[in-house]
Design a protein around this ligand. Structure first.
Ligand code: MN
Ligand code: MN
Length: 383
């Protein structure tokens, strides 16, 4: 179902997606992927929080790209923690847009767009940001507690440690050129860092951000901030609920859709697939079991704990089940702004019984008991 179609308790609406909304997709959609053409499915799990990453005191960045998880060609991810007074320095990404979800603590971002408009936003847990490819930005920890957030990039080959950082750039540019460019004496740059700082150590920022020197501020439709968990879930069922933010709700986020899926113990996000996007999963809490179907008899089941990352290639069948005794929450990113999914139950309900009877070699009394609507999240109780 589409994002707009999922509403309320157990309801499902017809797809509102028009033909023009089916993009042809990135180049790799049409290229055979050697990793996906073997007789068994490749590994689709990486224990992100158990990895070391880049550490600076209590601040860190841990990444998962095609380097760590070869199947993840469409989406890369990072878990980052900033200690009070620490900022992820001013930088841009030449080859990826950045989508983020704040798990704990508070932070402040600054971002500039090609129109010269800048925006400063403060974030708390449950908030999301999106920076289009190439926009300059920074992230500062706010207050006296660390801030932990997850970054999702719409390119699995992108590395967070290959960003275009301001200290790296300035540090490698001749001082005379900088002097001409910025109108200062060359000697003013003697004490500047000579290489990339990455994590900037300073004081916790003031409660109110200072206005930028230039007066151009981002206009509201183009804001980079969205309060995801402050919204009503787009889908609520007995076995769980889901929040979703796509380009429809957050217009600037043209290449990423984000979801928080919450499952009660035993809750099952039913068998489904996504026609137009790859799926990147980060377990925010709990224990889940993910099934993956890759055609040609290839099937895999994997168990995930808090801090683990999973990856579902575009179009591959999958399900997510809470196998623990506590609520489970999964952060999910898709590399599209136009969310699409087709669920097994709605597929079956969209076909005549006689056809299903023949497929499964069953009598009518079995097939007629199939759900007549989209199940979305199942509990094992009668539907
Ligand atoms: Mn960034
Ligand atoms: Mn999915």
């Amino acid at each position: 179902m589409t994002a707009a179609a999922a509403t309320g308790l157990g309801s499902v609406a017809a797809s509102q997606v028009s033909a023009s909304e089916y993009p042809s997709g990135p180049f790799w959609n049409n290229v055979p992927d050697p990793d996906l053409s073997k007789s068994t499915l490749p590994n689709f799990k990486f224990e992100l929080e158990k990895s070391t990453g880049r550490v600076d005191g209590g601040s860190y960045g841990k990444e998962v790209t095609v380097e760590q998880l070869p199947i993840s060609t469409g989406i890369a991810g990072v878990s980052m923690k900033l200690q009070p007074g620490v900022a992820r320095e001013l930088h841009w990404h030449a080859t990826a847009a950045e989508w983020a979800f704040v798990i704990s603590g508070n932070c402040r971002t600054t971002v500039i767009n090609p129109e010269g408009q800048s925006e400063t936003n403060d974030f708390e847990p449950g908030d999301v940001w999106y920076f289009p490819r190439g926009f300059g930005h920074s992230i500062q920890c706010l207050g006296n507690q660390p801030c932990h957030f997850i970054l999702i990039f719409d390119n699995g080959y992108f590395s967070e440690f290959g960003t275009f950082s301001i200290t790296d750039w300035i540090g490698h540019t001749p001082k005379e050129l900088l002097a001409k460019n910025l109108g200062l004496p060359a000697s003013a740059f003697d004490s500047f860092p000579k290489s990339e700082v990455y994590f900037v150590h300073g004081q916790p920022p003031p409660a109110q951000p200072a206005l930028p020197h230039r007066g151009h501020l981002v206009s509201p439709p183009n804001t980079h901030k969205y309060k995801l968990l402050a919204q009503e879930p787009h889908a609520t069922f007995a076995g769980g609920r889901e929040w979703l933010v796509s380009e429809r709700e957050f217009p600037i986020s043209t290449t990423v859709t984000g979801v928080v899926l919450e499952l009660e113990p035993g809750g099952l996000r039913e068998l489904h697939w996504h026609p137009n996007a790859e799926e990147w999963q980060y377990v925010l809490g709990g224990t889940i079991s993910v099934t993956l179907f890759g055609a040609k008899g290839r099937y895999a089941i994997e168990s995930f704990q808090t801090g683990d990352v999973g990856y579902i290639p575009q179009g591959y069948g999958h399900s997510i089940e809470n196998t623990g005794s506590e609520k489970a929450r999964v952060l999910i990113g898709f590399n599209t702004g136009l969310y699409q999914a087709i669920d097994l139950s709605e597929w079956l309900a969209g076909n005549p019984d006689y056809l299903l009877e023949a497929h499964f070699n069953q009598k009518p009394d079995v097939v007629e008991k199939f759900p007549k609507r989209d199940v979305f999240i199942a509990t094992g109780k009668p539907i």
